[in-house]
Design a protein around this ligand. Structure first.
Ligand code: NDP
Length: 341
């Protein structure tokens, strides 16, 4: 793949949204931010409907002046555009059972993450448009950056072009939520899902493992818990380094470090060939992510994630991670700092 196309405000015509009823399923992190941005962009409030069960999210939406519909069948019937902004793992159940059968045959369905579309977990009608508008930011930043008149990074794609106008609608929606101000990058659910799951299942597990083992080696060499926790993450130095990497450049940020540090980091990383790691990464991408194996396995345990206690597989993973020396040491250090020890 070469360069990706980038769409700006000038590529999008808000006029294509005229008189369209835009329904937001969910008013959480992304739902509340995107709905408010869209309204601020001039889409009349009467064209916007929030579909949410009766609870605090619905109350928040009402308090912000939105029309709220608790009956999903009604919301499905009126929607010309449906933003699916509820947690990924509940989308297939809620959308396929309560929305899909009732929706207009030429509606536009918008996802903010590629997962369920890439793995064919949502049931669409062939005349519908299916588009992805996926902010690369948490909802509060999607909102605050828009309020400051700035944009935020976002991926956009058309996955099913039932009406033939899918891209026009996707770009108009992207502009309305503030995503084309800084430039929305043309992507796909495959690309978004591959990169997301790769970061979660390959990159970060290795980073966590490297921190765990670095901690163990330095602790065995006589370093104290306090010194290690501060040196490795509690000082927020790694966070600062990543901030500099985004601003100055991934390698160029090294110039802010001491000469000994620059020499050590560059020399050390260039000495590591990385062949074994590349094989390991490729194996996870091909044989765990893209072939649907993880998705299939996750679907099997997804229902257990609502359970309390040890039968919840995520709780069990947290319990096992508590056995890491790094985690135990951090607890001791934090308790001591809080004056509890
Ligand atoms: P949230 O966890 O904030 O969603 C909460 C909303 O979902 C509430 O309105 C809640 O209402 C509703 N909801 C939860 N469970 C159900 C259910 N079973 N039935 C009906 N409604 C339900 O979601 P996010 O905003 O974090 O994520 C939404 C989408 O955006 C996902 O696809 C995610 O991948 C994507 N995304 C998220 C980002 C983020 O920063 N979080 C960043 C970029 C993309 P109630 O419980 O009252 O029914």
């Amino acid at each position: 793949m070469g360069q990706a196309k980038i769409y700006y405000d000038s590529d999008a015509d808000l006029g294509v949204l005229n008189r369209k009823k835009i329904v937001f399923l969910g008013f959480g992190n992304q739902g509340s931010a995107q709905a408010q941005n869209l309204r601020d962009s001039g889409i009349p409030n009467d064209q916007i409907l929030i579909a949410n069960r009766v609870d605090s999210y619905a109350e928040t939406a009402k308090a912000k002046g939105f029309h709220v519909e608790h009956d999903f069948a009604t919301a499905a019937e009126v929607a010309d555009v449906l933003f699916i902004l509820i947690p990924d793992q509940v989308q297939p159940r809620v959308f396929n059972e309560q929305f899909s059968p009732k929706m207009k045959s030429n509606a536009t369905i918008v996802v903010a993450s590629g997962y369920n579309v890439f793995f064919n977990l949502l049931k669409f009608q062939s005349g519908q448009d299916v588009v992805m508008v996926a902010p690369r930011m948490i909802g509060s930043s999607v909102r605050s950056l828009h309020e400051k008149g700035r944009g935020f990074p976002c991926f956009v794609s058309v996955e099913q072009n039932g009406t033939g106008k899918g891209l026009d609608v996707a770009l108009a929606l992207s502009r309305a939520i503030g995503a084309t101000k800084q430039g929305a990058i043309a992507s796909s659910v495959r690309e978004e899902t591959a990169m997301d799951l790769f970061a979660e299942q390959a990159l970060w597990p290795n980073i966590i493992m490297m921190f765990r083992e670095a901690f163990n080696v330095l602790k065995d060499a006589g370093c104290s818990d306090e010194a290690l926790c501060y040196e490795m993450w509690m000082s927020k130095e790694p966070a600062e380094i990543f901030e500099r990497a985004a601003d100055d450049g991934f390698v160029a940020q090294l110039k802010h470090h001491s000469t000994i540090s620059q020499y050590g980091q560059l020399g050390g990383s260039l000495k590591l060939g990385g062949e074994a790691m590349r094989e390991h990464f490729k194996d996870i991408l091909d044989n765990q992510i893209l072939n649907g194996k993880f998705c299939e396995a996750f679907s099997q345990i997804e229902g257990d994630l609502d359970k309390e206690g040890d039968t919840n597989p995520l709780n069990e993973l947290y319990r096992r991670s508590e056995e890491m020396e790094l985690v135990k040491a951090e607890k001791r250090v934090k308790a001591r700092l809080a004056g509890l020890l």
